[in-house]
Design a protein around this ligand. Structure first.
Ligand SMILES: NC(=O)c1ccc[n+]([C@@H]2O[C@H](COP(=O)([O-])OP(=O)(O)OC[C@H]3O[C@@H](n4cnc5c(N)ncnc54)[C@H](O)[C@@H]3O)[C@@H](O)[C@H]2O)c1
Length: 354
């Protein structure tokens, strides 16, 4: 591991996962460069929150990942890099694939090349996605009540592993997948110290969830505001969801273990224990709020998987990750945080302190 007196660079440091990661790093005493264009609505508030908590330990750089000179200036000073800035929504990528390409692929290449030419010792951990595995259309699924389950018993027990062939769907899948492969290849071709975390759905505090991305927070926000929720497809699609604190643990563990895990990609999600269908999540939210949720249905969206649950055994073993927060508890915590931020009262029990 490197770091020492050098600051840690977190691109997308004002975003949902980025701000939680920056908070943890600064809390551990690191100086952190939070590099973010603040293009996602609401994330400027995350940056203010970080600065109010950590003062001078946070060095904000409000700039685009495509600003090569400013990015390189930050990258060459860094003891380690966490690359989370990105165009994050499948829907947006379909509307403007060129912008998605330039942010996710070119932005990542600028960063890798700055490290290759001027700071090759700095580890880099990249935020990839389970979308690199495509829609899993070759697998058989059965409807089991209000969820889909895989027919294959091994997948049902453990989820989808890293051995699954890559199959990029949608411009977002292509751009994140290409960036994922560049990050791994810069370890192979140039000896950079890089690792990739292919994430399932991450949820938690500081998430500005919208219909396009961040669906757990989005469902909660709509339900808290008494607004209807649109389900695309039948709502039986299954996802493994992971609390952001557990995701941050994995990012830090990948950094600390970089000498062992360089050049590897890991699936990171809630795993089979935290697999839930959209309908199950809505039922839980209804229980938390003590009222029914108004739901409408629309057609499936492009690239939507009927099922994705990460097989997290490789990440657990290689990164030494501990127990994950149980999803019902994590969602209750997020409901409380969102309600408090809106000055709303909800009946959800106060969960144990973190
Ligand atoms: N949240 C999830 O469930 C999830 C799942 C899989 C992968 N990911 C990946 O994890 C990363 C972080 O996701 P998140 O949920 O925190 O999203 P987020 O939108 O909250 O964070 C992304 C941040 O990047 C910034 N950004 C966007 N375009 C930029 C640009 N051109 N230059 C500089 N900054 C820019 C945004 O302002 C935002 O603060 C993303 O790369 C995303 O693709 C997230």
């Amino acid at each position: 591991m490197t770091g020492g007196d050098q600051p840690i660079l977190v691109t997308g440091g004002a975003g949902f996962i980025g701000s939680n990661l920056v908070d943890r790093l600064a809390g551990e005493g690191h100086r952190v460069i939070a590099y973010d264009a603040l293009s996602r609505p609401g994330v400027a508030g995350n940056l203010e929150w970080l600065q109010s908590r950590h003062g001078d330990r946070i060095e904000p750089i409000v700039a685009d990942i495509r600003d090569e000179a400013r990015l390189a200036d930050a990258a060459v000073r860094a003891g380690a890099v966490f690359h989370l800035a990105g165009q994050v929504a499948v829907t947006t990528s379909l509307v403007d694939p060129r912008d998605d390409f330039s942010v996710n692929i070119l932005g990542t290449l600028h960063l890798l090349d700055a490290l290759r030419t001027r700071n090759p010792e700095a580890p880099l951990i990249f935020a990839s996605t389970n979308k690199v595995y495509g829609d899993l259309a070759d697998l058989d699924f059965e409807r089991d009540g209000d969820r889909y389950v895989p027919s294959d018993a091994a997948i049902r027990a453990h989820g989808i592993g890293e051995g699954r062939p890559l199959d990029f769907h949608t411009p977002y899948g292509c751009s994140k997948g290409a960036a994922d492969q560049y990050v791994l290849d810069y370890a192979r071709s140039y000896g950079l110290r890089t690792a990739v975390l292919r994430m399932s759905c991450i949820y938690g505090q500081r998430q500005m969830g919208t219909e396009d991305q961040g669906w757990v927070a989005h469902f909660l926000i709509r339900a808290l505001e008494g607004k209807p929720i649109t389900l695309y497809g039948d709502g039986c699609q299954m996802r493994d969801i992971l609390d952001v604190a557990d995701a941050v643990d994995a990012y830090l563990a990948a950094w600390h273990a970089i000498d062992r895990v360089s050049g590897r990609a890991f699936n990171l999600g809630g795993g089979a224990d935290n697999a839930v269908s959209l309908r199950q999540l809505l039922a839980h939210i209804g229980d938390l709020l003590g009222r029914g949720i108004d739901v409408t249905f629309e057609d499936w969206r492009a690239g939507d998987q009927r099922y994705f649950v990460a097989d997290t055994r490789a990440a657990q073993a290689a990164l030494g990750l501990g127990a994950r927060r149980e999803w019902r508890d994590g969602v209750a915590r997020l409901a409380r945080w969102l309600a408090d931020a809106r000055g709303l009262a909800i009946a959800a029990p106060r969960e144990a302190a973190a």
